[in-house]
Design a protein around this ligand. Structure first.
Ligand code: GDP
Length: 131
């Protein structure tokens, strides 16, 4: 996902270019706005964390771009490309270093396992929307 901060700040193009240059294939993509209910569902795994309310509020505060990306070893490769959760700790040149505002408003989301990538892909896309 490209998160609401990066969409509002005009970084969709820059982030997609970097994803493209890193060799990911786009399998599915759309722009949408999550309701608080759907954002809460997406991040249900973080329900007990102190920042859950803030996270749900932020993720439903504006438009996002959701995408399914394909590459060998995609989960690890994408997490390398986006950098650490907190942009202050992200490596130079990573998407979060370039575009994130803070640990909460951190520009992009990447799945943390192949299993969660499949679940998250199905959260946003039907079979007819994957190519
Ligand atoms: P990720 O896998 O790198 O996205 O990081 P996590 O799975 O640990 O956290 C999920 C998301 O919750 C992060 O991308 C942030 O948007 C948000 N988050 C994590 N830690 C904090 C925090 O301390 N404060 C706030 N406001 N948000 C946080």
């Amino acid at each position: 996902m490209i998160k609401p901060d990066a969409v509002a700040n005009g970084h969709i193009g820059g982030i997609l270019a970097q994803i493209n240059e890193a060799g990911f294939r786009i399998v599915a993509m759309k722009m949408l706005r999550l309701s608080t209910e759907k954002a809460g569902e997406f991040y249900a795994v973080h329900k007990e964390r102190p920042f859950y309310g803030e996270l749900v509020e932020f993720m439903s505060s504006g438009h996002i771009v959701a995408a399914i990306l394909e590459k060998d070893n995609a989960v690890e490769e994408f997490r390398k490309l986006i950098g650490a959760t907190n942009p202050a700790n992200a490596e130079e040149g990573t998407i979060r270093k370039k575009y994130a505002e803070s640990i909460g408003r951190n520009a992009v989301h990447g799945s943390d396992s192949d299993e969660n990538a499949a679940i998250e892909g199905n959260f946003f896309f039907s079979g007819l929307e994957k190519f």
